[in-house]
Write a protein that binds this ligand. Structure first.
Ligand SMILES: C[S@@+](CC[C@H](N)C(=O)[O-])C[C@H]1O[C@@H](n2cnc3c(N)ncnc32)[C@H](O)[C@@H]1O
Ligand code: SF4
Ligand code: SF4
Length: 321
């Protein structure tokens, strides 16, 4: 199958034409009338995780609570997600692979429009209609384990290697299903190049974003300035060297040299409305996918934000709240 854009072939593009038209209409409506209609989705499909990573925002605001059933999610997909014509939905958590029944339901209702972000410490299941897996790797082995727990890198690596050694999926080699995402912070920034070299030629893509703090003085935040800008320039150089592997555009990653998002905890240039974000109970999270449905919860610092999924929209000219 020929890849045209982001791993999608002619048949995908033909089937999904109504969604491209819908997104195009939403962008035009935004540009002409400042009409803000969500284009993408993010869903915390569960309220549990097997790891407790040092940098993780999810644990900050996590409260005890039940998960929804797969049928509850089917209803939410029909009534909220598909009604809003959300093009691609990213399943997050917690750890979404602990709920394969919910992933299966999303794949049934939104074929080839579902990505799963995972720590990949459990074997990766083949879902017929999945778009791809975003596997989180926070540096090379030693640093990744410092952040995610001893032995986690080896498990994740093995599960990726087992998956890509498996059969094709929908006529495509399995390595195409694996994209790596690295969240850069003050402890792992020096491993960006080594991680890229380690996985190049084995998996499909790698993408970088920066740690987003929820409080001033978070030691994991990389302050704006020379060191952070050097990391950004390294990623731009990697993009030039491996244009098909590194997913960040120079324009998007350059935004990470400074404040592109907002003031304090308020989004200004960040188009937080463009991604409809659901928590594990199907409630809308504010202001964005790392926020919360509870207005009293701790909030991310927009003025120090490093998230990739919103800054990519800013780089494409979709700006503002
Ligand atoms: C919350 S996790 C949920 C999915 C899955 N458990 C995983 O680790 O991939 C989703 C992504 O958010 C990233 N993340 C966690 N805390 C973050 C923070 N404070 N700033 C930016 N990204 C963060 C993680 O590294 C991971 O790639
Ligand atoms: S595995 Fe994911 S959700 Fe769990 S603690 Fe780590 S980053 Fe957070
Ligand atoms: S993505 Fe970043 S800038 Fe946008 S609302 Fe969330 S924390 Fe603020």
């Amino acid at each position: 199958m020929v890849d045209i854009i982001y791993g999608r072939g002619f048949t995908d593009l033909a089937r999904e034409m109504p969604f491209y038209i819908s997104i195009f209409k939403k962008i035009i409506a935004y540009r002409l009338f400042k009409s803000k209609q969500p284009m993408y989705g993010s869903v915390d499909v569960n309220n549990i995780c097997n790891l407790h990573c040092t940098h993780c925002y999810w644990w900050l605001n996590r409260k005890e609570g039940e998960d929804l059933t797969a049928e509850d999610w089917r209803k939410i997909i029909k009534e909220k997600i598909n009604k809003n014509h959300l093009f691609v939905v990213t399943l997050v958590g917690g750890e979404p692979t602990m709920r394969p029944d919910v992933i299966q339901t999303f794949c049934e209702e939104m074929p080839r429009r579902v990505c799963v972000v995972t720590n990949a410490t459990f074997p990766l299941k083949r879902f017929d209609n999945l778009y791809f897996y975003w596997v989180s790797m926070d540096g090379t082995e030693k640093i990744h384990d410092m952040i995610r727990g001893k032995g986690s890198y080896a498990k994740t690596k093995q599960n990726i290697l087992d998956y890509i050694a498996g059969p094709d999926r929908q006529g495509k080699a399995a390595w195409r299903d694996i994209w790596i995402t690295m969240t850069i912070n003050s402890q792992n920034y020096m491993t960006v190049e080594d991680l890229t070299e380690e996985w190049r030629g084995k998996v499909n893509k790698i993408g970088f974003q920066f740690h987003t703090p929820f409080a001033k003085g978070d030691p994991l935040f990389m302050p704006f300035g020379e060191k952070r800008s050097e990391v950004v320039d390294k990623i731009i150089a990697l993009k030039k060297k491996y244009p098909d592997f590194v997913i960040n555009s120079p324009k998007q990653i350059s935004l990470m040299k400074g404040n592109w998002g907002g003031i304090g905890t308020t989004p200004v240039d960040c188009p937080s409305w463009a991604i409809m974000s659901f928590d594990h109970m199907g409630r809308i999270k504010m202001p964005c996918c790392i926020g919360s449905a509870d207005p009293k919860a701790q909030k991310p610092l927009c003025e120090e934000c490093g998230l990739g999924c919103y800054s990519i929209l800013v780089a494409q000219g979709i700006v503002g709240n």
